[in-house]
Write a protein that binds this ligand. Sequence first.
Ligand code: CA
Length: 471
Amino acid sequence: MKKEKRPNIIFILSDDHASHAISAYGSRINQTPSIDRIANEGVRLDNCFCTNSICAPSRASILTGTYNHVNGVTTLDTHLDGRQTTFPKMLQYEGYQTAMIGKWHLGHGGNSDPTGFDHWKVLPGQGSYVDPEFITPEGSEKHDGYVTDIITDMSIDWLEERDRDKPFCLLCHHKAPHRWWIPDEKYKDMYEDVDIPLPETFDDDYSERARAASLAEMRIDRDLKPRDLKKPVPQGLTPQEEKVWKYQQFIKDYLRCVASMDDNIGRLLDYLDDEKLSEDTIVIYSSDQGFFLGDHGWFDKRFMYEESLRMPMVIRYPKEIPAGSVNDDIILNVDFAQTLLDYVGIKAPREMQGESFRPNLIGNTHDKWRDGMYYRYWMHLAHHNVYSHYGIRTKKHKLIFYYAEACNQPGALDDPRWQEWELFDLEKDPCEMHNVYKDPAYEELVKTLKLELSCLQEEVGDTPVLERLDY
Ligand code: CA
């Protein structure tokens, strides 16, 4: 029977977990044995990117397989209209048992509650790390304990109670390691006696970049709040010592949250082993976007720069994916839905805008696979004073246009600012410290990339913003 052969799916998604805090990606600052296990027994994707580096928009793209101007979730203030087609809805229709447990962050009530799930229990908004409340179709319930443990307990409970004659798709979506980085009690002293290494670009002075970079308010030395730091800043430090102290406070709590999550991922993997489900289950670990971990002197995300653009993505499916594989094709969050539908043999609907990368993971990338990706951040000046921008990233270059307008987006500030372009040569300057947009040596490349950018915009159906020549 065809249906009996369909794989199960466990999609673990975290919030703001940068790949450079995962040892499978070569982290210099921590170890993540459980995530590494998925990578070692499956595939690690090295060029997986989000198309808009904030929570709700990336989650909407993952579920619907569409860009934000299509699914309507361009900002944190635009909720998902659940009447759209999503991959869980299609799986449910095809006989899968589906569940959504943990962080939803796409709105509640009206058409924004989760749809396409036989079972859902989600955190309201961002949710709490400790003794969290959950929303269910019946109302709300409070749970004692640490959120990452609870989400895993609920996931395992649901797996225990499932109908064993049907395949399942479980979305286990963690809150961690999102701000305000509250660690579990048992890890509160982890890293206490060590200094976490500083990132290479910790002391970036933004001097060779667009002014949007220097105007962003996400600096470790200036913009972390007492609630982030949790302790008063010691007296008598030099400015540089204070910056390093703040970094240590922030990064240690962040990594402690990651440690709990990695433990819990291990718990879920062990459960699959115990239940002899590992062979038949596709296990995915990813995060809605990346994060600056002191890189460029920052915390947070939003920018199209590498640390925030890049999503970690590891997948295990022993029946098909060779253990220890690595793939470096440009893969996007809008591809996830179609890929999962492909694995279970469902044809993706026409409105989905990504492409299945299932063949890529066994070395069969077709010749016309994308060589550039389109990105857009819409929330002009809404958070951390970040300018709205869009751009293109190829394997070797990145062109960003800070169009710096609100474009009527909810939550964005209608205050047009300085427009500027940035071009990075990612081979020569992987840390993106030198904008070469005005370098004559790149003049031809700029023309080519601008053309490719407008082609991509047209292809995905987005509207360009007029370049104001004299602002
Ligand atoms: Ca996020």
